[in-house]
Design a protein around this ligand. Structure first.
Ligand code: DP6
Length: 329
């Protein structure tokens, strides 16, 4: 009996233009293009073994058997891989995050990007970067953006073939940093997956989508020309727009805490004094504070002085997802 195994590593990413709402929920085809940068310091390492002796897929996260919901989601991806890959046996997936679980840092992007690489290689599937990004997207939309290098655009597309992410500039293009102010480690009451399904219930979502091409273009140019001021203002606007949609959907999703607002206000004040900083917030209370690598230490220290900030995780820009080994026993 042969066991084929593969290990891969993928970074988390932070979006400057957010993904919120799908045109196809099952395939995770989004309603708008999004932009992100990979986060070198926050990553998942995943080993997948295709094992003919298994009678079901298995999933371990940080050394412990995963809960049913996580297993079901991963199983869905593995089932799909078996339909297109030469090897059809069940798989054992072992996944480790280097960042603290329960810190409110979304792990699905790094996790499904790493799974796409390791599962396809272990199952003998030949897949190029776009195909791997598409496979990651089926597990978690934002995972499509954790496959390519550095600064990444996810082209919404209209179907499975056309919806994938690609790099618009490598990690070395612009030494930015993300200082994540940890405010709440509470588990999200509403998952992103449920949130995407609610987006269209907000009357503001139509306006948000209609204006997306403008924001996407400004973001692309800001990244390509390394224009920090332009990126700061469009990323804050885009994050605020997404949260306005969240707050006005039915039922309403309200992720901010008092400390979230305190950090947002401080970041805007610091920027007025000349410090290159801006904020962006995902589906949680934590605030991602983007700055230049040279200011990373200073921004981390300043954030730590704010009441209610429990910790700060600081990271530079990350590269593409990669395979660590290609062991075939
Ligand atoms: C707010 O990719 O986590 O972080 O596809 O259901 O897994 P699923 O959703 P997910 O949504 C991310 C939403 C966001 C914005 C973003 O990263 O673009």
């Amino acid at each position: 009996m042969s066991i084929h195994s593969s290990t891969s590593v993928a970074c988390a990413n932070i979006a400057f233009i957010k993904y919120w709402g799908n045109r196809d929920h099952a395939l995770r085809i989004p309603v708008n293009n999004s932009f992100s940068m990979n986060l070198a310091g926050l990553y998942t390492r995943t080993t997948v073994k295709v094992d003919g002796t298994l009678t079901a897929d298995k999933l371990f996260i940080n050394g412990k058997p995963a809960n049913d919901a996580a297993l079901a989601r991963v199983h869905g991806i593995l089932e799909y891989v078996r339909t297109i890959a030469p090897k059809k046996d069940f798989m054992c997936v072992e996944s480790e995050n280097n960042f603290p679980t329960g810190a409110g840092i979304a792990s699905s992007a790094a996790a499904f990007a790493a799974l796409a690489l390791a599962a396809s290689r272990a199952a003998g599937l030949q897949a190029d970067e776009a195909a791997l990004s598409r496979l990651a997207r089926r597990g978690s939309g934002s995972a499509s953006r954790s496959v390519p290098d550095g600064f990444v655009e996810w082209q919404a597309g209209t179907d499975d073939e056309s919806s994938y992410a690609f790099s618009i500039a490598p990690a070395e293009h612009w030494p930015l940093a993300d200082c994540v102010a940890i405010i709440s480690d509470a588990h999200k009451k509403t998952t992103s997956t449920d949130g995407h399904a609610l987006a269209s219930t907000s009357p503001l979502q139509t306006a948000r989508i209609a204006d997306a091409p403008r924001r996407v273009e400004i973001c692309r140019q800001a990244i390509l020309t390394r224009d920090f001021e332009a990126l700061a203002s469009i990323a804050e606007e885009d994050s605020d727009l997404m949260h306005a949609v969240m707050m006005t959907s039915h039922p309403a999703l309200f992720y901010w805490k008092p400390t979230t607002l305190r950090v947002m206000q401080s970041v805007r004040d610091w920027r007025k004094t000349g410090l290159p900083v801006f904020y962006t917030i995902d589906a949680g209370a934590n605030v991602h504070v983007i700055t230049l690598e040279t200011e990373m230490k200073q921004v981390t220290e300043k954030l730590k002085t704010l009441a209610g900030v429990k910790d700060v995780l600081a990271t530079t820009v990350g590269g593409a997802a990669y395979w660590v080994d290609e062991g075939a026993v």
